[in-house]
Design a protein around this ligand. Structure first.
Ligand SMILES: Nc1ncnc2c1ncn2[C@@H]1O[C@H](COP(=O)(O)OP(=O)(O)OP(=O)(O)O)[C@@H](O)[C@H]1O
Ligand SMILES: CC(=O)N[C@H]1[C@@H]2OC[C@@H](O2)[C@@H](O)[C@@H]1O[C@H](C)C(=O)O
Length: 412
């Protein structure tokens, strides 16, 4: 969690199943505006499972409507930080928050986030945001536990801005998966689009949101995104990822290996469900003996096939794809072959597919400040719509603290 020394959240019970929302008291989509809600200039920060760097984006929102978005930027991790975080992912189950290696990674990570906020605010003309949404770096996510590192108090002090962090713990503690959290942002963006319609995020892990004709928001992680392909590409070429699909486009899918990869218990579990970056890692062993190209083509097919095989109550007539995977033509072609409905990058709707997750955490920060739900039974399996996130603002200058107190008065 993005708060220093906080232990990983522990979830008491296992999950639920994919179903439309039946609780009429719970709003299915976050699209009913509250005229008295303040318009907040937020900075959202997301460092995803690909370990490529920090995405930062400005979003003006009242937690329901999106008034404007951009600019945005990505601050890449240094190779040293990437290596340190990658090692931490492998060891996180045996670590606690005070271990020297965790604290060292957390400090380096916080420094990058501070730099990202300051650079972005400068790029936006020297603005001072009302609020920062700081996701932190996930180093562990498994049933009952989720752990994001990053020092929210330090970020708040360095930017003189209130910070919302630790977005996933409340959901996990209430019995939810803690992920995905992007669906309410996807739903807000999709407002007015012909349904059923889906947003598919292909990052290290892939997740989707389905907005149905009746306005229900259904979501889950679908399976691997790019993480396995990144690792395979690195092993075989020394490149961090299969840029523009050059490797996978030259390969042939191995159907036997693909079926073996698909024979993973995650795919027979009902949704909502979520994944860790390393959930399918052992699958790389099944590719032993394949050429670099055929292995890459098979992993692309694995990602696309798991999306296509998701049991959905209604087939989306359009899929809008965000995250780095949409830059891979092999992956986009594999999706188009397998799903009914059109498949387009989210830029077709005028959205920024590289900044979307960062924007999401600005949106969720505003919702957290206002006490609005971040997750629903149909998105994480949480028993009821639930808010979450922690507010850190203790070291703000007095004038900023007063502004923050005024905002808190809007909390429902
Ligand atoms: N030009 C490209 N060609 C092919 N793949 C690309 C390209 N650009 C980015 N990618 C892929 O996108 C990945 C980064 O995606 P993204 O930034 O969405 O991940 P993330 O935000 O870390 O993940 P998550 O959504 O799981 O948190 C890279 O690791 C790479 O696999
Ligand atoms: C635990 C965690 O960090 N999960 C990420 C990851 O990356 C993609 C997928 O797995 C998604 O579940 C989630 O991120 C997005 C932003 C989410 O919560 O919607």
């Amino acid at each position: 969690m993005a708060g220093k020394h906080a232990p990983p959240a522990v979830r008491p019970d296992p999950p639920h199943s994919l179903r439309p929302m039946t609780d009429a008291s719970a709003p299915a989509t976050p699209t009913t505006p509250d005229a008295s809600a303040p318009r907040l200039i937020t900075v959202g920060l997301m460092s995803g499972t690909s370990l490529d760097g920090v995405d930062a984006a400005i979003l003006t929102t009242d937690g329901t409507q999106i008034f404007s978005h951009g600019p945005a930027l990505t601050l890449p991790y240094s190779p040293a930080l990437r290596t340190r975080l990658r090692a931490l992912l492998d060891e996180a189950t045996h670590c606690n928050a005070q271990d020297a290696q965790v604290l060292a990674a957390e400090q380096a990570l916080t420094d990058v986030h501070v730099q990202a906020v300051l650079t972005l605010c400068d790029k936006a003309g020297g603005i001072t945001p009302d609020l920062i949404g700081f996701h932190g770096q996930t180093i562990l996510h498994e049933p009952g536990r989720t752990w994001q590192i990053g020092d929210a108090a330090q970020l708040s002090a360095a930017t003189n801005t209130p910070v919302i962090h630790d977005f996933r713990s409340a959901d996990v503690l209430a019995g939810g998966e803690g992920a995905p959290l992007a669906p309410l942002y996807h739903a807000a963006l999709l407002h007015g689009q012909p349904a059923p319609v889906a947003v598919l995020n292909i990052g290290g892990v892939a997740n989707m949101t389905l907005l149905t004709q009746s306005g229900d928001v259904l979501a889950c992680d679908t399976g691997p995104g790019n993480a396995l392909l990144d690792d395979w590409t690195f092993q075989h070429t020394g490149q961090r990822y299969d840029q523009d699909g050059t490797l996978s486009l030259r390969g042939t899918v191995n159907p036997a290996v693909l079926e073996r990869l698909l024979d993973h218990p995650f795919f027979s579990r009902p949704a909502p469900k979520s994944l860790d970056r390393l959930s399918f890692h052992k699958g790389l062993d099944y590719l032993a003996g394949l050429s670099a190209e055929d292995g890459a083509a098979t992993l692309v097919a694995f990602t696309a096939e798991t999306v296509a095989r998701m049991p959905l109550p209604a087939a989306p007539q359009a899929w809008f794809v965000c995250g780095g995977g949409r830059h891979n033509p092999a992956l986009m072609a594999a999706l188009r072959q397998r799903v009914a409905g059109t498949v387009q990058p989210v830029e077709a709707l005028g959205w920024d597919g590289d900044a979307l997750e960062a924007e999401c955490f600005g949106f969720l920060a505003a919702r957290s400040l206002l006490g609005l739900p971040l997750s629903l039974p149909t998105t994480t399996g949480v028993p009821r719509p639930l808010t979450g996130g922690g507010l850190t603002c203790g070291s703000l200058a007095p004038s900023r603290f007063e502004a923050c107190a005024r905002l808190m008065a809007h909390r429902t």
